[in-house]
Design a protein around this ligand. Structure first.
Ligand code: BES
Ligand code: ZN
Length: 370
């Protein structure tokens, strides 16, 4: 892979952070000179009616200005409601309570804690860097050692960090897939390549949440009727890049639903599960509310990101059902993200394991395990 040489010179005015308030405004005095790893520029959606072809360094300026954007290079030709005809049924009520209640005591805090300690020890997990490549290789080997015999592989992209896909084959309808996902990359928005970005909550928390769900499910010996896949996307922070590639590669496959975990470890004073209602599927959200009620002691609260804030939006753009259980009742909760402050000591593992239980409930109900 190309070696990256980059130099970041920052003259960033903190007042520029106000650009967050103005959702699509782009202001930044950051001067970036980096040799782009992108072979070609990317088509970036800057607002509802503005799209531009930008280079990696231009995209990194957007990130450091906290602008809202989305890489639509690979989804620009997808028709509205693509895949709609292929929508698969998902349950409307719960029928696996007994089975799930047998699984829940197997969920540990120790495994998520030790995996997250290792993940956050990388300087960062920036997708377009050697750190991002190495952290992904470490995660894949950790998955393989925690779940011996698992079918787990890396999924390469045009940048150094691969996504990771682990699969448990369905016994009756193996072509129908239930996806449990998180993003493995982290970012320091001031200095993506060299800055410290432990990404403990964003999204180390989701990464270890779904790994613990995989570990518990795989060791339980339960057989799902539909196939179950666990996806750790690369490059989410670069504009949903990993999930854009993976969802494109899954065109024509029967994906029943995607449950995406992005931030599960930072509750607010009255703990709750946020249900993201934009860029998600209302039937899956209805089911998710029932799963949270049945398998945790937390209330739910509907929330909106207001933009394509994580990888569920890549699936939603392709007409695939997606839902996101979020760590708290407001999207403005954790102000540490994208900085060195997003560290493991801020993570509440008692809260995080409740999301492992949600993942297990979802797998049992939607993939029909028995
Ligand atoms: N985890 C965040 C999204 C998020 C942050 C959701 C706070 C709810 C509350 C995600 O990793 C992220 O940073 N997304 C980017 C957009 C993406 C297209 C680069 C963002 O929110 O700016
Ligand atoms: Zn983020």
């Amino acid at each position: 892979m190309t070696k990256m040489t980059s130099q970041y010179v920052r003259i960033k005015n903190t007042a520029m952070k106000l650009s967050t308030v103005c959702a699509f405004a782009i202001f930044s005095f950051t001067v970036v000179s980096a040799s782009d790893l992108y072979a070609t520029n990317r088509l970036i959606q800057l607002s509802e009616d503005k799209q531009e072809w930008l280079s990696e360094s231009q995209i990194n300026k957007l990130i450091s200005s906290d602008a809202r954007f989305r890489d639509i290079t690979d989804i620009r030709d997808v028709p509205e409601n693509a895949n709609q005809a292929a929508l698969l049924d998902i349950p409307t009520s719960l029928t696996h309570q007994k089975l799930v209640s047998g699984l829940l005591p197997r969920v540990t805090k120790d495994v998520p804690q030790s995996v997250l300690a290792n993940l956050t020890s990388f300087t960062n997990r920036y997708y377009n860097s050697e750190n991002g490549r190495k952290s992904s290789a470490w995660l894949l080997s950790t998955i393989q050692s925690l779940v011996p015999g698992i079918n787990a592989n890396s999924f390469p992209h045009r940048f150094p960090q691969p996504s990771i896909i682990a699969r448990i084959e369905g016994t009756q309808n193996p072509n129908e897939i239930v996806i449990i996902s998180a993003h493995q990359d982290s970012i320091n928005e001031e200095d993506p390549v060299a800055g410290r970005a432990p990404g403990a909550d964003d999204d180390g928390s989701g990464t270890v949440t779904i790994l613990e769900a995989l570990r518990v499910f795989a060791h339980s010996g339960l057989k799902p009727k539909r196939s179950v896949e666990f996806h750790w996307y690369a490059g989410e922070e670069g504009g949903l890049l990993g999930s854009a590639d993976v969802s494109k590669a899954y065109e024509g496959k029967k994906v029943a639903a995607v449950l995406h975990f992005d931030m599960t470890g930072y509750p607010m004073s009255s703990p709750a599960v946020g249900i993201v209602t934009d860029y998600t599927d209302s039937n899956t959200n209805d089911l998710l509310r029932k799963i949270v009620a049945a398998y945790t002691d937390l209330p739910t609260n509907d929330i909106v990101c207001g933009y394509a804030c994580s990888d569920h939006a890549s699936w939603n753009a392709r007409g695939v059902r997606a839902a996101v259980p979020f760590e708290c009742q407001k999207v403005e909760g954790n102000t540490n993200i994208h900085s060195p402050k997003d560290s493991i000591d801020t993570i509440d593992f008692d809260h995080l394991v409740k999301f492992v239980k949600i993942a297990l409930g979802f797998i049992a109900e939607v993939a029909d395990a028995d």
